[in-house]
Design a protein around this ligand. Structure first.
Ligand SMILES: NC(=O)c1ccc[n+]([C@@H]2O[C@H](COP(=O)([O-])OP(=O)(O)OC[C@H]3O[C@@H](n4cnc5c(N)ncnc54)[C@H](OP(=O)(O)O)[C@@H]3O)[C@@H](O)[C@H]2O)c1
Length: 295
């Protein structure tokens, strides 16, 4: 059976990957990007959702710049919470499911073992608070809706930390990254694969964590990417990612959780498959997509 899927935020890093991957799998996928719709405009949002009889709406649209959100909490709330509530309500009215992408930044970061879906969400930034409010509005609209929390998203459709560290290592002698903040990278290509079974009404709804397996600091993540690039024969000027503490990041306006690795046991139980270790996904990206893009 083919699903009619409406992807909102289809020009973003994750949204673009979902549209491509699921179209290739034979689903009927339509994307709505910001150029077609500002999701803060409730009338326009309702009209757009009335325009096509989809089975599942997947919302990837979000204000994702954590520091911008800290300075613009009202806008962050409108995009990351209020608009999610509208999408969730329209889907519930139509009897359709809404899958909404959320974040590890709903957690406060005090824990030192991977967060499960049962752990208390206590965000420490306006971004995290708005995303948590979005989850709550989503789930209040229908118990069938699903909030999927991802973390440190990377992929070929928009640059991320991974691309920045590789580009810097190619052009600069010194590269550094934060070594006292832990999370888990999430490949958009793998996310498309892992999310696909959830288009069917597999779970009852609620919250599920989706990221690659394992955990790392930004410094370990960056170092591994440089090691992959070197193995792939990329000419690097810097081969080592120097560790720096988060306190040295003067440009950071918002507080970030120090630890926000997520456990994916629930996802594995739901779809019968575990995510790959983050190292495998990063190696595949660096050797394949990133290297090809440089040629
Ligand atoms: N990136 C990460 O590391 C990360 C980590 C944890 C969770 N997440 C979550 O994962 C999801 C996808 O993130 P991503 O990495 O794909 O982010 P992204 O590349 O920034 O994509 C978000 C998309 O939303 C669009 N958007 C922003 N405001 C909008 C508005 N008012 N109306 C319509 N569209 C709007 C953006 O438009 P423009 O194209 O104009 O920017 C962009 O295309 C988000 O829910 C995010 O919170 C991401």
């Amino acid at each position: 059976m083919s699903f009619r899927v409406l992807v909102v935020g289809s020009r973003g890093r994750l949204g673009a990957a979902l549209v491509r991957a699921w179209t290739q799998r034979g689903e009927a996928v339509r994307g709505l990007g910001r150029e077609a719709l500002d999701i803060r405009n409730e009338a326009a949002l309702r009209a757009a959702l009335d325009g096509w009889d989809f089975d599942v709406l997947v919302n990837c649209a979000a204000l994702t710049n954590v520091d911008y959100c800290e300075g613009n909490p009202q806008e962050a709330f409108e995009v990351n919470a209020r608009a999610v509530g509208v999408m969730a309500a329209v889907c519930a009215e139509k009897g359709r499911r809404c899958i909404h992408i959320s974040t590890d930044y709903v957690f406060g970061g005090d824990q030192r073992r991977p967060y499960t879906e049962e752990d208390r969400a206590e965000p420490c930034s306006h971004y995290g608070r708005a995303k948590l409010a979005g989850e709550q509005l989503l789930l209040a609209a229908s118990a069938a809706h699903l909030a999927v929390r991802v973390s440190w998203v990377f992929g070929p459709d928009r640059r991320s930390f991974l691309d920045q560290v590789l580009e810097r290592a190619c052009t600069q002698d010194r590269v550094e990254a934060v070594a006292d903040k832990v999370a888990v990278p999430t490949s958009t290509l793998e996310a498309a694969d892992l999310l696909h079974p959830l288009l069917a009404a597999v779970p009852a709804g609620g919250v599920v964590h989706l990221c690659n397996a394992g955990e790392c600091t930004w410094q370990q993540y960056g170092q591994f990417a440089l090691d992959c690039a070197e193995r792939a024969g990329v000419g690097l000027r810097a081969r080592v990612v120097e560790p720096v503490p988060m306190s040295a990041m003067k440009a950071f306006v918002a507080r970030r959780p120090v630890y926000s690795a997520m456990a994916t046991g629930k996802l594995t139980r739901l779809i019968g498959r575990a995510p790959r270790p983050w190292q495998e996904a990063v190696e595949e990206y660096v050797r394949g997509y990133w290297r090809r893009a440089q040629e």
